[in-house]
Design a binder for this molecule. Structure first.
Ligand SMILES: Nc1ncnc2c1ncn2[C@@H]1O[C@H](COP(=O)(O)OP(=O)(O)OP(=O)(O)O)[C@@H](O)[C@H]1O
Ligand SMILES: [Mg+2]
Length: 258
C-alpha cells in the first residue's frame, strides 16, 4: 500500500535552470498538494504531460527526494522517518538512474541481490526467471555501456525486481522499448498485480494507461485534477476515450475555471 497525503515538492531553481525555463522565479512548485492511495492488487497510473510532476512524485515515494510538505507511507512505513524499511519494500525504476556502464546485467543483479541479503540459491532462481522473461540472456555478460536504450531498460527492470519487492514504482516503464518488449513488461506488471503487489507507474501514453491501469490519476502542473477507473473518468468527462477526457480536463484546468 502506498499512501500519499498532501504531497508538495518545491524545487529551488539554480541560475542555470532559471535561464532554461526563461523565468525569474526562484522556486518551482513541481507537486502541489497531491493525495492518492495505491492498493495491493492494483496498478495505479500517474498520467500527465511533460513536466506535470510524475517523476518528482515517484522519487518522493522512493525516498530519493524529501517532500517539502505532506507525507508518504509505504506498507505503513514513513518515507522520511523509515527510509531504510521503505527501500526494502520497493522496486524502483526510473530512466534517470543509470546502471554502472562498466558492469554486466549478470554482475549488477548479483550485486544488488547481495545488498538486499538474498541467499544465492533464491537469487540464481530469480535471475533465470527474469532474464528469460525479458530476453536478457543473450547479453547478460556484456558491459552495459554497449547497450541500446531498450537493452538498458530491460536490465534496469530485472535489477529493480531482484528482491521480489511488495511495492513496484516504475517511472515510464516502457520508455524506449519496442512494442514486443513493451508488451512483455506490461503483461508482467499485470501478473505481479494479480499476485497481490502494489504497483504505481507513470506514463504520458494514453493507450498504455487505458490498457494497463486499474485506476488513473491525471496530474497537470503538479495538481491531481481527476482520478478514477477508466469507465469512471470517461463517464465523468463524457468522453469517448482517455485522450478525449485528457483534452477536456486540460482545457478546463489551463483556462483556470476548474
Ligand atoms: N531538480 C530540479 N530542480 C528544479 N526544477 C525541477 C527539478 N526536477 C524537475 N523540476 C521541474 O519540476 C517540474 C516537474 O518535473 P517532473 O520531472 O517531475 O515531471 P514529469 O511529469 O516527470 O515530466 P516528464 O513527462 O517530462 O518526465 C518540471 O517543471 C521540471 O522542470
Ligand atoms: Mg518524468
Amino acid at each position: 500500500m502506498i499512501e500519499i497525503r498532501d504531497l508538495t515538492k518545491i524545487y529551488k531553481l539554480s541560475n542555470k535552470r532559471k535561464i532554461e525555463l526563461k523565468t525569474k522565479d526562484t522556486h518551482k512548485v513541481a507537486v502541489n498538494e497531491v493525495s492518492l492511495t495505491a492498493r495491493p492488487g492494483e496498478i495505479y497510473g500517474l498520467l500527465g504531460p511533460n513536466g506535470a510532476g510524475k517523476t518528482t512524485t515517484l522519487r518522493c515515494v522512493a525516498t530519493l527526494l524529501k517532500p517539502t510538505k505532506g507525507s508518504i507511507s509505504v506498507c505503513g512505513f514513513d518515507t522520511v522517518k523509515n527510509g531504510k524499511e521503505v527501500r526494502n519494500k520497493i522496486g524502483f525504476l526510473t530512466n534517470e538512474i543509470k546502471l554502472d556502464p562498466n558492469f554486466s546485467p549478470d554482475y549488477m543483479f548479483d550485486f544488488f541481490g547481495g545488498l538486499h541479503g538474498i541467499d544465492p540459491e533464491t537469487l540464481a532462481g530469480r535471475k533465470e526467471v527474469l532474464f528469460e522473461k525479458f530476453g536478457i540472456n543473450e547479453f547478460r555478460n556484456k558491459k552495459i555501456e554497449e547497450f541500446s536504450t531498450g537493452m538498458k531498460q530491460k536490465a534496469g527492470i530485472a535489477v529493480s525486481l531482484v528482491h521480489d519487492p511488495e511495492v513496484i514504482i516504475f517511472d515510464e516503464p516502457t520508455n524506449g522499448l519496442d512494442i514486443i518488449t513493451a508488451r512483455v513488461v506490461t503483461d508482467f506488471l499485470k501478473e505481479l498485480r494479480d499476485s497481490g503487489k502494489t504497483i504505481i507507474v507513470s506514463t504520458h501514453i494514453m493507450s498504455e494507461a487505458e490498457k494497463l491501469c486499474d485506476r488513473i490519476g491525471l496530474i497537470i502542473d503538479g495538481k491531481k485534477v481527476v482520478e478514477g477507473t477508466l469507465p469512471e473518468i470517461l463517464a465523468g468527462e463524457q468522453a469517448e476515450d482517455l485522450e478525449d477526457a485528457f483534452f477536456k480536463v486540460y482545457k478546463r484546468t489551463t483556462q483556470g475555471n476548474d
